[in-house]
Design a protein around this ligand. Structure first.
Ligand SMILES: Cc1cc2nc3c(=O)[nH]c(=O)nc-3n(C[C@H](O)[C@H](O)[C@H](O)COP(=O)(O)OP(=O)(O)OC[C@H]3O[C@@H](n4cnc5c(N)ncnc54)[C@H](O)[C@@H]3O)c2cc1C
Length: 387
């Protein structure tokens, strides 16, 4: 299926990884450049929750459907990369209990398997939960390793011929008139600068998407929306624990190896390179986390960090109300500039679907007939990347 088309992907996060894999399977020559280590942007720094879609089932159904579909596909193509522990949405207050019917109806509408679990059984499953817990809903959430999963996409793409270049920062987008023809790169290994020419350039820089589009002279309304996460020592739950209510601060606890990761908050940042780590957000994670599992209140902190979501929206919208869905943009249609696409929005969970949508656009533009094969191609193990 090999073609002579060369596609250059900017950004070595989960989206770039899945994109490099998809495009090589469709026969493209692929070069991917990442300014730092692979997954050093947002992708290597999220909770590690493989979403069932439950979190979005009431207010963001499009994203919920994407999550449950990808949840099932990723388990199939990346076996062994998930702790298949499921998730509980727990009701502590009467208000949470009142949310249950809406939640179950949303899950049913979106195709998310969900069933109610009574108080006694909940406490048997998770004895450290707040004893005030009244009931829970069980869904197929899972714990994932947010570094290893994208590395499996990179490993497979590399084995299939993709040229993956970490520590290679795009410092300029090359244009001839209204057509993007490539990028100028600075290597952070030897400091050299050089050009790479390509038939198409794809901006997969997540929260940095706006910066890259400014360089190219095109427009993307990416809104860097950071959140704080706190990892405490001790594995205080077996399953992913969520609050049975509208998405809010500190309402997720993900067990990761011997730690529990509490997240998260949400605010608007102008610059994804200057997020900061507000002290009061760390305290909030402890306080809100303790409403779910009281013992986390006194658990020693292992780490606290922030990372930015690449949300698609106007500056005025409330962060929690912005959809977690994704979009592939052809800048010929939006800005009259040929040769450059942007993929943004989405979740770590939807990395493969984001790549499929973008690659479909690539083959349509190039007039190549090459269907997506990533739904059934089992990925190599992460360590094959270093083989
Ligand atoms: C607080 C928080 C918690 C989250 N929790 C979850 C979760 O539990 N589960 C889930 O599924 N999703 C979660 N997400 C969402 C998920 O992390 C993101 O949607 C996903 O990681 C975005 O991947 P990406 O590849 O698009 O972006 P990134 O991973 O940010 O990749 C973009 C890359 O582009 C690179 N780059 C930028 N500029 C340049 C340049 N000039 N040249 C070269 N490279 C460049 C960056 O270094 C970066 O590595 C969470 C997000 C946040 C913020």
């Amino acid at each position: 299926m090999a073609t002579t088309y060369h596609v250059l992907v900017i950004g070595g996060g989960a989206t770039g990884a899945a994109l490099a894999h998809d495009l090589t399977l469709r026969g493209m020559k692929v070069t991917l450049v990442e300014r730092g280590e692979l997954t050093s942007g947002t992708s290597g720094r999220h909770h590690g929750l493989l979403h069932s879609g439950g979190r979005y089932a009431v207010n963001d159904k499009e994203s919920a459907v994407e999550c449950i579909e990808e949840n099932q596909i990723l388990r199939r193509i990346a076996p062994g990369s998930f702790e298949e522990n499921d998730g509980l949405f727990v009701a502590i207050s009467d208000e949470d209990v009142a949310y249950k019917d809406k939640f179950l109806a949303g899950c049913e509408e979106c195709g998310i398997p969900a069933h109610e679990v009574g108080r006694q059984e909940v406490l048997k499953l998770e004895p450290n939960l707040n004893p005030k817990v009244q009931l829970a809903v069980r869904v197929p959430d899972a714990t994932m390793d947010c570094w290893r999963v994208p590395m499996r996409f990179f490993a497979t793409a590399k084995r299939n011929g993709a040229d993956i270049r970490p520590y290679s920062e795009v410092i300029d987008i090359l244009r001839q008139g209204d057509t993007v023809t490539g990028v100028r790169v600075r290597s952070h290994v030897d400091g050299k600068e050089y050009d790479i020419h390509a038939d198409l350039v794809i901006n997969a820089t997540g929260a940095w998407g706006g910066k890259l589009s400014d360089m190219a002279g095109v427009s993307v309304s990416v809104r860097p929306t950071p959140g704080v996460m706190v990892a405490v020592r001790g594995r205080w739950c077996h399953m992913v624990v969520n609050r049975l209510n509208k998405p809010s601060d500190g309402d997720i606890i993900v067990p990761q190896r011997a730690l529990s990761v509490i997240g998260t908050t949400s605010w608007h940042a102008e610059d994804p390179d200057r997020l900061g780590l507000p002290e009061d957000h760390i305290q909030k994670m402890y306080d809100k986390g303790a409403e779910l599992i009281p013992a986390v209140k006194n658990a020693p902190m292992r780490a606290a960090w922030s990372a930015a979501r690449p949300l698609l929206a106007s500056k005025e919208a409330d962060e929690r109300d912005i959809s977690r869905t994704f979009k592939a943009i052809d800048h010929r249609d939006r800005d009259g500039v040929e040769g450059i696409l942007t993929i943004t929005g989405g979740k770590g969970t939807t990395m493969r679907a984001m790549a499929e949508l973008t690659s479909d656009l690539v083959v349509r533009k190039l007039g190549v007939e090459a269907p997506c094969r990533t739904r059934e191609t089992v990925l190599l193990p992460y360590w094959a990347y270093y083989d």
